[in-house]
Design a protein. Structure first.
Length: 338
């Protein structure tokens, strides 16, 4: 199945908010929430995409011709490529009635694992979302990363027990979800966390803990102080606060601040293997891609996910070969023009 066919199929069943655009750049859905859009004017999702396009590639084909290796090892697990499916929860609310969260996660987790990568799974105001996400990960030998919303500590403790039972090799928290409109004034409450609270959550996890939603060097250093093992440079796809910078704009300063002390992931508007290359050249260890994986599931189930993974892998390998980088370690900042 070609990815163009996946997109065409998705348009028949993904509505009413997502339009399964040829290029998922945030321009059409903008501020549709519920749906895949963003908070406020909705221009931040567009900015995320646009700023990656402003980073250009420095081609260099004067080099020995060798096979390209995109393998990466993170938290003791080897993956075929340095990109992962990002967390999406409450798919019925945002993307239509075709799948429950359990059905969506069953497809996503298993097909990502079968294609050599891993899926981050989502959380939501319905407690069943995390139950179903961790069940999907458990069904596939723990090959997935559950993402917990920043609830109160009691609720987080309960959800961490679900994570542990799943056998997941790592766990994440999208701390920036504190700004989602549909998580406001809930019981249990969701909100920001202090460094001391994060230290307690890291202890609860007992497995590598990834903090998603870091947008400043200061925030990254707070995460480091809390003892997290990885961060995701993310503005939640532009969904939580209007008028922020893009992730491409802030990534280099955050990488510089933390050095090699933590694994650094980045998301937000990354849509091609060439974009993945740019993110790695700017210092990220790996990349998360969220919305297009939803399109892949709705448009082709396991085949759709495979088609998208293969597309990104092929684009990444081609870019690496055309820049003289034959392993991820060989990707350098001077291979991009910014």
């Amino acid at each position: 199945m070609e990815y163009s066919e996946v997109i065409k199929n998705a348009r028949t069943c993904i509505g009413p908010y997502c339009k399964a655009c040829n290029v998922c750049n945030g321009a059409v859905c903008k501020n549709t929430m519920p749906g895949p859009g963003a908070k406020g004017a909705g221009d931040l999702a567009v900015r995320n995409y646009t700023k990656w396009q402003e980073v250009r590639i420095n081609m260099d084909t004067i080099c020995e011709q060798k096979p390209v290796n995109t393998e990466i090892t993170l938290f003791g697990k080897k993956f075929s490529s340095p990109f992962f499916a990002g967390p999406v929860g409450a798919v019925k609310l945002h993307y239509g009635d075709k799948y429950t969260d359990q059905e969506y996660n069953d497809i996503l987790v298993s097909s990502c694992a079968q294609n050599g990568i891993a899926a981050f799974t989502g959380d939501g105001k319905n407690y069943q979302v995390m139950i179903e996400a961790t069940k999907a990960i458990s069904n596939f030998d723990g090959m997935g990363i559950p993402t917990v919303k920043p609830w109160d500590l009691g609720t987080i403790r309960e959800k961490m027990e679900l994570v542990k039972k799943s056998g997941a090799f790592a766990v994440a928290m999208d701390i920036d979800a504190a700004g989602l409109p549909f998580l406001q004034n809930l019981n249990p409450p969701a909100g920001s966390k202090s460094v001391e609270e994060l230290k307690e959550i890291v202890k609860m996890a007992e497995i590598p803990f990834i903090l998603k939603g870091i947008m400043t060097p200061k925030g990254a250093l707070k995460a480091k102080e809390a003892g997290v093992q990885g961060i995701v440079v993310s503005n939640h796809g532009g969904r939580v606060l209007d008028q922020c910078p893009s992730t491409a704009e802030v990534l280099p300063s955050i990488v510089k601040a933390v050095g090699s002390d933590m694994k650094v992931f980045v998301d937000g508007g990354i849509r091609t293997g060439t974009d993945v290359f740019k993110a790695l050249a700017l210092g990220a260890d790996a990349v998360l891609i969220a919305r297009p994986f939803v399109t892949a599931v709705y448009g082709g189930q396991e085949e759709g996910v495979a088609a998208y993974v293969q597309k990104i892998q092929a684009e990444l390998k081609d870019t690496m070969a055309m820049c003289g980088a034959f392993s991820l370690d060989e990707i350098q900042k001077d291979m991009i023009w910014k």
